[in-house]
Design a protein around this ligand. Structure first.
Ligand code: 5GP
Length: 184
């Protein structure tokens, strides 16, 4: 069993998700929003967020893959499951579990902009600002966290631990290589 330490408790998560949902609800008041969740990691955050929004919203999901050799990511990203909703003229809010290097979200934002939405914003649950390889700023951020590998609340380590209600830091550093265990 890998050693883990709680970084953000489920109670703190619950409070913060409610705060972000209030801000988003105010910003989009009277408008319809399409939330696009990035699979798999964002599914827990998105499920909580949507139930706290006071908005008329629809949902869709996208799945992305990052290609590279061995455990080193090349930064080349591809859509492996596209959204099913046309977004031209719509208010789109991307929902993601974590922004790290910024490569995934920069890629997706550029791709979705080409489809001419009315507005396009990004909401991330966690932000590891010090790890950026490309400049990227989310519009809504749950928590800023340091450069630690975290699991729980939808985030995995080799597909495990997504079910944990808290955000936990993996303590066995030898288990976590530079890109090891990072699936989207
Ligand atoms: P990016 O580096 O492109 O900003 O993020 C790529 C993906 O890496 C994220 O969508 C997320 O799934 C994964 N990732 C980044 N940091 C962590 C982390 O600390 N824990 C987990 N479980 N996944 C992470």
């Amino acid at each position: 069993m890998i050693k883990k330490e709680i970084l953000i408790t489920s109670a703190a998560i619950d409070r913060r998700v409610a705060e972000i949902a209030d801000v988003i609800s105010r910003d989009y008041e009277g408008k319809e929003v399409l939330l696009i969740g990035i699979l798999k990691g964002a599914f827990v955050f998105m499920a909580d967020l949507i139930r706290k929004l006071h908005l008329s919203c629809k949902v869709d999901f996208v799945r992305l893959a990052s290609y590279g050799t061995g455990t080193v990511s090349s930064g080349k990203i591809m859509i492996t499951k596209d959204i099913e909703t046309p977004i031209k003229g719509k208010n789109v809010l991307i929902v993601e579990d974590i922004v790290d290097t910024g490569l995934t979200l920069s890629f997706l934002v550029e791709k979705l902009k080409e489809r001419d939405p009315h507005s396009l914003k990004v909401c991330v649950f966690l932000d590891k600002k010090e790890r950026r390889k490309t400049p990227f700023e989310a519009d809504y951020i749950g928590f800023d966290i340091p450069d630690r590998f975290v699991v729980g609340y939808g985030l995995d380590f080799n597909e495990m631990y997504r079910f944990l209600p808290d955000i936990c830091e993996i303590k066995d550093s030898q288990e976590i290589g530079e890109e090891n265990g990072r699936s989207m």
